[in-house]
Design a protein around this ligand. Structure first.
Ligand code: NAP
Length: 476
């Protein structure tokens, strides 16, 4: 497996349970946790309630609050990896640089020069992984400190400093919400305004946590209710931009803006001109309050260039800064890359994905036998819990692995025809989704087509329940 984040840890646990314990997880860093290891910026948290952002087989009655902070989530993943004995199978600080399929097996090369062999490779490399560093002229001349939100340094002190944040996605909103009160000045550079849904984040009392431990039935019912509201209802709404769920969400965000922001001029500058949830919905209980503080400033003029002392805008104003935070998102079309993956007949994944990444059900790519992805291209990244998705995808992959184990075949990957038919149907269905309702976002691919799962959770569950073998090229 590649990567010891949420999906890599899951794979180790599930493989061992299936009696396939001869596995290795290659992890380029020295710690598990993936995105939760990497993202340590002020205010980092998950906007999915913790009780439904947990493995189904390892619920956690001890979550501190409805939406737990990043550090606690990282601790959870580390604890699960430890409890299930996954840590012993992880090669830390060993980055895979190349995988080549030769004579029926994958030959794996790591950054340390190690060469290993495997029957299967499962890429659990994540989607939001490679920072997008925009080409801002003059960035290298900046004399203060600059950092990408996903590469926050533990020694980066921002207290009492003049801080600039570029971006208005979930990361920027969390940073502004958490850090404004401790900095001298917070300047937010907004290219596009964001709809923000309100967030109440109560702490769980000791009594509540005790009840989660002892009354498993009510605990389970509570989780199911949360999952239903959160994923089933919300995700159904996403598929139709005119749905009642999306209209209600729009009204909720509009009321949040209008009731939270007092200055009418600031309010209008914060008002988006597209439909809520067209971009990934931002959820925050602290952003509007923070951006109205006397030491906060919202800049909506375009950035012209970075100068040694700060940022110059297109209209000529200059903002002096000590620290610059690029909360500018990720290169979401990278996936497994830059690892070089060479499949059957010398087919290179980079060539297969020259136009854009694609995979059947986001799991399998033609000519890449016995190579599968968790949370691969065009999967349900914006719709459901990524943990539940990975669990279902892994159960599906396990069924593919069993085909080899039972002697039905030695090599399997999706056929070109099946992938093509899937992509035609997927791009067609994506047209009516909320992501296609008129905004720029990381959900859209280079053609402007939403790179996501455009169907219901029921369809996802159904597809994941059993592979349709006619879609696969099975070989001895
Ligand atoms: P993002 O949503 O992609 O936002 C990037 C921001 O940077 C956008 O506001 C974008 O502006 C701006 N930007 C990019 N290039 C720019 C440039 N050259 N000049 C000015 N502005 C520029 O990134 P993110 O906030 O890191 O979030 C990414 C995803 O991570 C989220 O959507 C979410 O799925 C996940 N996330 C989740 C949580 C959570 O609580 N679960 C927290 C953080 C992140 P435009 O809008 O104009 O393009």
């Amino acid at each position: 497996m590649i990567g010891a984040g949420m999906a890599g840890i899951l794979s180790g646990i599930r493989l061992a349970e299936a009696g396939l314990d001869d596995y290795t997880i290659y992890e380029k860093s020295d710690e598990v946790g993936g995105t939760w290891r990497e993202n340590t910026y002020p205010g980092i948290g998950c906007d999915v309630p913790s009780h439904i952002y947990s493995y189904s087989f390892e619920l956690n009655p001890n979550w501190s609050q409805l939406y737990s902070p990043g550090k606690e989530i990282l601790g959870y993943f580390r604890g699960v990896a430890e409890k299930y004995g996954v840590l012993d199978s992880i090669r830390f600080e060993e980055e895979i640089v190349r995988c080549e399929f030769r004579e029926g097996r994958w030959r794996i090369e790591t950054s340390k020069g190690r060469e290993d062999e495997a029957d299967f490779v499962i890429a659990a490399t994540g989607v939001l992984h490679h920072p997008n560093i925009p080409d801002l002229p003059g960035l290298e001349s900046f004399e203060g400190e600059w950092v990408h939100s996903a590469r926050w340094r533990p020694d980066l002190a921002i207290e009492g400093k003049r801080v600039g944040v570029v971006g208005t996605g979930s990361s920027a909103v969390q940073i502004v919400g958490a850090a404004t009160s401790s900095v001298e000045k917070m300047v937010l550079f907004q290219r596009t305004a964001q709809w923000i849904a309100p967030q109440l984040n109560p702490l769980y009392t000791d009594q509540e946590k005790e009840a989660f431990h002892t009354d498993r039935e009510s605990f389970g019912a509570m989780r199911e209710g949360m999952a239903f509201d959160y994923f089933e209802q919300f995700s159904k709404g996403l598929l139709d931009s005119n749905s009642e769920a999306m209209q209600n969400l729009q009204a909720l965000c509009k009321t949040n803006l209008e009731e939270s922001v007092r200055d009418p001029e600031l309010r209008e500058r914060l008002r988006p001109d597209y439909q809520a949830a067209c971009k990934r919905l931002v959820v925050s209980g602290s952003f509007y309050e923070a951006i109205q503080k006397p030491n906060a400033e919202l800049v909506t003029e375009a950035i012209e260039r970075i100068e040694p002392g700060g940022i110059r805008t297109a209209e000529g104003s200059f903002h002096e800064l000590d620290v610059l935070v690029l909360a500018t998102g990720f290169r979401v079309d990278r996936f497994v890359r830059p690892i070089e993956v060479v499949g059957r007949g010398g087919v290179n994944l980079n060539d297969s994905w020259r136009e854009r990444p694609s995979a059947y059900l986001s799991i399998s790519v033609p000519d890449m036998p016995n190579f599968f992805m968790l949370n691969g291209p065009n999967g349900p990244v914006g719709n459901f819990s990524l943990i539940e998705i990975a669990e279902k995808q892994f159960d599906y992959i396990l069924q593919l692995i069993e085909l080899k184990k039972s002697g039905r075949c030695n090599e399997l990957s999706v056929t070109h025809e099946a992938l093509e038919a899937f992509e035609v149907e997927r791009t067609e269905a994506a047209q009516s989704t909320i992501w296609n309702s008129g905004c720029r976002s990381w959900y859209l691919d280079d053609r402007g087509v939403p790179a996501s799962w455009p169907w219901t959770f029921d369809r996802f569950r159904e597809e994941m329940s059993a592979p349709k073998l006619e879609a696969y090229d099975l070989r001895d």
